[in-house]
Design a protein around this ligand. Structure first.
Ligand code: SF4
Ligand code: SF4
Length: 294
């Protein structure tokens, strides 16, 4: 089984449009949406959810007032200032702020009355869905949650399970943007990382950073320049940099109004156009599939 991840140094480079097109091109594959902070692949793939699972990215301390003897030990040991106390009817009442709690468990360990329990917190949901182009594994992170790296790992693991159970040879991952924990979770151990970039100064900067991350993880990379013709000089500079680093540039997608039109229609560009962007994405898919031996 091969795993391809499509990533970008930041959001908004056209990464998801490329993944949506790959999903709708011929060939059996499982799609994994690991852009869990801004999941929008479902807008194009219109999934029918067949499995919903809760995701817990951590634990939080829960204080049982009935068991608490007011020792104050939890307030003393908590380094995250998550424990507070209020004077009520002549005695101190202790409470824990779940937003401030780091889940370290120290208070539960030291509580002499066993009044504190560590409880799993639901921080998101993940889903397995059917789409007209095959199975999609995707997720939704809870508001203000920070466990996206763990959720990305869960989505990838489940995509691998779905692929194995269904006899699929290829998983296409819509990776997290940026260079943080979620992108590391998106690309670790994949067969190829396709980096989608744009010909701008910031695009070039972000490309270098994400390529460094991939190289540090020993993941092979290829580059695709989206809207390459909006700045020929920058596009040239990116190609020269890639050449110097031995990174193949496998696609040059031109600016094309059909991409936005496809998004408005809730379709991938290759489904509703045979123009410049669509035909370049088809060529890109052929090259990338060739690199994967798929
Ligand atoms: S350590 Fe336990 S018994 Fe002491 S104040 Fe905290 S919760 Fe109550
Ligand atoms: S689990 Fe850790 S962070 Fe949370 S209240 Fe207890 S000591 Fe503080």
């Amino acid at each position: 089984m091969k795993e391809l991840v499509v990533i970008s140094g930041k959001g908004g480079t056209g990464k998801t449009s490329v993944v949506a097109s790959f999903a709708s091109l011929p060939g059996r594959k499982v799609i994994a949406d690991c852009d869990v902070d801004a999941a929008d692949l479902h807008l194009v793939l219109s999934p029918s959810v067949v499995e919903t699972h809760e995701f817990s990215g951590g634990v939080t301390a829960i204080l049982d007032q009935k068991k608490c003897d007011g020792s104050g030990k939890c307030l003393e040991v908590c380094r995250f200032e998550a424990v507070s106390r209020t004077h009520v009817n002549g005695k101190w009442v202790y409470s824990i702020d779940s937003m401030a709690c780091d889940g370290c468990g120290v208070c539960a360990y030291f509580c002499p009355s066993r009044a504190i329990a560590m409880q799993a917190v639901e921080s998101g949901k993940w889903f397995v869905s059917d789409t007209k182009h095959g199975p999609l594994v995707h997720a939704r992170l809870g508001i203000a949650e920070e466990s996206s790296g763990k959720l990305v790992t869960r989505v990838r693991t489940e995509a691998q399970r779905v692929a194995k159970d269904g006899g699929f040879d290829l998983i296409v991952v819509d990776g997290s943007p940026g260079i943080g924990c979620p992108v590391i979770a998106s690309i670790t151990g994949v067969d190829l990382a396709l980096i989608v970039t744009e010909p701008t100064l910031s695009g070039q900067h972000d490309l270098k950073r994400v390529a460094e991350v991939a190289s540090g993880l020993k993941v092979g990379t290829a580059v695709c320049i989206n809207k390459w013709d909006i700045n020929l000089e920058a596009a040239q500079s990116i190609q020269e940099w890639c050449h110097g680093k031995g990174i193949p540039v496998v696609g040059l997608i031109p600016y094309d109004d059909a991409v936005t039109a496809a998004q408005v229609m809730g379709l991938s560009v290759v489904e509703c156009s045979d123009g410049g962007a669509a035909s370049c994405i088809i060529d890109l898919w052929t090259r990338v599939s060739g690199m994967l031996g798929a």
